[in-house]
Design a protein around this ligand. Sequence first.
Ligand code: PDD
Length: 286
Amino acid sequence: MSRTVYVNGDWVSEENAKVSVFDRGFLFSDAIYEVTAVANGRLIDFTGHAARLAKSMASLGIKNPVTEDTLKSLHFEILRRNELKDGLIYLQISRGAEDRDFLYSADLEPTIVMFTQARNVLQNPRWETGISVATVPEGRWSNRQIKTVQLLFSSMAKVDAQRRGADDAIFVEDGLITEGTSNNFHIVTKDGKVVTRALSNALLHGITRASILDIAESAGIATEQRSFTPDEAKNADEAFITSAGVFVMPVVAIDGHPIGTGKPGSITQKLRQLYIQHSLETSEGP
Ligand code: PDD
């Protein structure tokens, strides 16, 4: 039997339930959710779930599209439409859909989706046997070498940086710079060496970063891969970020402190020029 799903105010069959590919939930994990159990047609702990949902939305600055009363009515309505007595109700609200940008518009209409999953939540054979667990290192939000769409934190950091009058943010962990919100961060020391953080799971292994290191070496510009502090970066001769989107972008100030002359540095500009030239010469055409 096809379920009836709730999508942005409409009740539709699950085959016709569609969300935009530009939805920020899909592109940036910019969404929150709740799962509420249903037993004997009753919503278990609904008040707690509704309160956490409201809190999650407030924390992320997502406009709350439903009052708690409307939410409760929607929960009972989805049970009625699906003749569900026991199972789960999944509810997800994303910030909404617009063209992909880490910075989001303030007036976005949230996307709201609900569906049911039938399950006998009052009987579970494993209650009798119990389950086993394995320990794994806590790696949530710390496997940045994998290019996942878990971009909510980066997106929020960028918005925060702009509120503080900067164009972008660079992350600092244990007193050391990891990378930018959507780019790798590099400095040029007083003796003309390009310094960039060594690869690890603390940062994304940028493709542009790798090419720039190769190009620098070929051009006789020394490179070093090691960690550095925000203070060292503030006192560097030059700083720049790299990514597929901006190639090599000079960074001229950190926390309001000018880098070098406060203007794009010559090594930075040279690296971009070499990168573009090299890329156009060696990259694949149709
Ligand atoms: N971002 N670090 C992070 C966290 C990134 O998201 C990116 C790329 C980079 C640079 O990687 P590359 O040189 O392979 O593009 C580093 C893309 C451009 C984006 O999200 O828009």
